[in-house]
Design a binder for this molecule. Structure first.
Ligand SMILES: [Cu+2]
Length: 315
């Protein structure tokens, strides 16, 4: 079911988008109609009964009611709300009952990026790649605070919580690239917690899975590391221009002394870098919060090597 661009949302790109939009516009137009009727009543009655003289004895003539009018303004709105309830309940069930033959992806949210684990061990950060025309089930949890997984074009939004799984699903209807946003305020870089859903053909998806996440086959380690620095979301917390952000700047640190939170100092070398990436809690840089997530299990050795090569190349 395709929909065109709407008042507030991008064009629909999933099987439920048409249902959600139809109900949404029914409510919008019904509200506009009711607003018009009430406004008309106010203006009409205001004009009709303005400035009239009271009866000779100073009292207002006895006012009775109109049964027909009262029934009409009770029954019509009651029917409207029943329609909205039944219709909304149906769409809600459709959004929440996950079809049987699905592809499952594990979604992990953390400050401030999304990571995706596919069935055969492949993982990506901030990019969810799915085949066209196949229902995708998302099994989601958070490593820190509450986030909310939101794909406006698919009309899906679901909270992502620590210590508990939440589920949602979608089936994309058009090849393309769609925004992912976090819809729950989750800290100072909440607005940068963005990703993309890339919908590709079945064949392209298979090829992509086979090539894994190797974004830069044949590139030098430094180039590969630079690409990973973005795709693994390091750049959301680290600058490479000497200014500190959530984490310290990573340029020109190799060979220098790094004061740690415990008071001791270490010399920044390959091992310190490796440990900082895989076990960030083991040595906390002085003056920073221990908020860096562990990348254990999310990066293979080649990727860690590439990131270290890249950090060493930064002056
Ligand atoms: Cu968030």
């Amino acid at each position: 079911m395709d929909t065109t661009e709407t008042l507030l949302l991008p064009p629909g790109g999933s099987t439920i988008a048409g249902d959600v939009d139809a109900l949404f516009y029914f409510i919008v137009y019904a509200s506009i109609a009711i607003f018009g009727i009430v406004l008309f009543g106010i203006v009409y009655l205001g004009l009709k009964y303005r400035g009239r003289k009271a009866a000779a004895d100073g009292t207002t003539p006895g006012i009775t009611h109109s049964t027909r009018l009262e029934l009409a303004w009770s029954i019509i709105p009651a029917i409207l709300v029943i329609i909205v309830f039944v219709w909304g309940f149906n769409v809600y069930m459709k959004m929440n009952i996950i079809p049987g033959d699905v592809m499952e992806v594990k979604v992990t949210a953390q400050k401030w990026f999304w990571s995706f684990d596919y069935p055969d061990g492949v993982n990506t950060v901030n990019e969810l790649v799915v085949p066209l025309g196949k229902p995708v089930k998302l099994l989601m949890s958070s490593r820190d605070v509450i986030h909310s997984f939101y794909v406006p074009a698919f009309r899906i939004k679901m909270d992502v919580l620590p210590n508990r799984y939440t589920l949602t699903w979608f089936e994309a209807t058009a090849i393309g690239s769609y925004d992912i946003m976090c819809a729950e305020f989750c800290g100072d870089r909440h607005s940068e917690m963005l990703g993309r859903v890339r919908v590709v053909s079945e064949r392209e998806y298979k090829e992509w899975l086979e090539s894994g996440t190797e974004t830069a086959e044949g590139a030098t380690p430094v180039d590969y590391g630079r690409a990973l620095f973005r795709t693994k979301a390091c750049h959301t917390c680290h600058n490479v221009d000497g200014t500190s952000a959530v984490g310290p700047a990573l340029n020109g640190i190799v060979g220098k002394q790094r004061p740690l939170a415990g008071g001791e100092r270490v010399t920044v070398d390959e091992n310190y870098l490796r440990e900082s990436i895989l076990e960030p809690q083991s040595s906390i840089a002085a003056g920073y919060q221990p908020v860096m997530p562990t990348y254990q299990g999310m990066l293979n050795d080649k990727q860690v090597d590439a990131l270290i090569a890249y950090i060493k190349s930064l002056k």
